[in-house]
Design a protein around this ligand. Structure first.
Ligand SMILES: CC(C)(COP(=O)(O)OP(=O)(O)OC[C@H]1O[C@@H](n2cnc3c(N)ncnc32)[C@H](O)[C@@H]1OP(=O)(O)O)[C@@H](O)C(=O)NCCC(=O)NCCS
Length: 205
């Protein structure tokens, strides 16, 4: 399926209490790299890798080229990258990727947050903000999140949000050096007529 047939504008910040998301900008490259480096051992087990060998060691490369590539995707209608904020500090990243237009109008969400703010509801609140943006601003219809069955913390994120389990994709993504099964969770716009943030209620913030 092809992406949206227009450029997506840089999304402005959206907040719920102390937590927010905003579009990824060039100025975020350096602080994000520092955060990735600090969080290397925290992130490595969940990091996508190349089947041909090697792959992303968190924080090992300058992020300028990645930020530019993600913003190119946004202008092509194929994806939107966000930073997650806690008290206006950049604490992680969230991406809306594989945006399909046409008869699908769908996208996938991926995320990571720095260990120093883990457990404060930053990710579920940010995902709720991103889903509401996707359904209202981009007029998407379905969002999915794919998670390794071993990733208890991430499974809690979709459980808190009430995303629907759709099934297991075997050996779906190459993560930390091997092909890994992923469980797929999804939500369609009809399931949250009042909005995802309103349904979630963000109790832990
Ligand atoms: C998965 C992840 C994004 C969750 O983010 P978060 O903002 O901490 O989410 P929550 O605050 O809702 O916490 C989710 C669960 O993490 C666990 N958790 C809580 N505090 C924690 C801490 N200090 N350290 C580690 N895990 C903790 C708990 O199981 C919690 O569930 P609970 O609220 O029922 O106790 C985060 O753990 C992370 O970035 N992990 C590494 C990268 C990753 O797994 N990305 C997702 C790939 S699908």
């Amino acid at each position: 399926m092809s992406p949206l047939p227009y450029a997506i504008e840089m999304p402005p910040a959206r907040y719920f209490k102390r937590i927010g998301i905003r579009g990824l900008r060039a100025k975020d490259a350096a602080p994000l790299r520092a955060l990735l480096t600090e969080n290397r051992s925290w992130l490595q087990p969940w990091e996508a890798t190349y089947p041909s060998g090697g792959g992303a060691v968190p924080g090992s490369q300058p992020l300028g080229p990645m930020v530019r590539a993600l913003n190119r995707q946004r202008r092509q209608g194929a994806g939107v990258a966000f930073v997650m904020l806690y008290d206006d500090e950049v604490v992680g990243q969230l991406s809306l990727s594989d945006i399909s237009g046409g008869a699908l109008r769908s996208a996938s969400i991926g995320y990571w947050v720095s260990q120093h703010v883990a457990g404060r509801g930053v990710t579920p609140t940010s995902v709720a903000l991103a889903i509401d943006y996707a359904f209202t601003e981009l007029r998407l219809h379905r969002i999915e999140i794919c998670i390794r069955p071993e990733n208890i913390a991430s499974l809690r994120v979709v459980e808190k949000l009430g995303l629907r389990f759709e099934g297991r994709r075997e050996k779906y993504i190459h993560i930390d050096g091997k092909w890994c099964d992923h469980d797929t969770f999804a939500v369609t716009a009809e399931e949250v007529p009042e909005g995802m943030l309103a349904r979630f209620g963000a109790p832990n913030t």
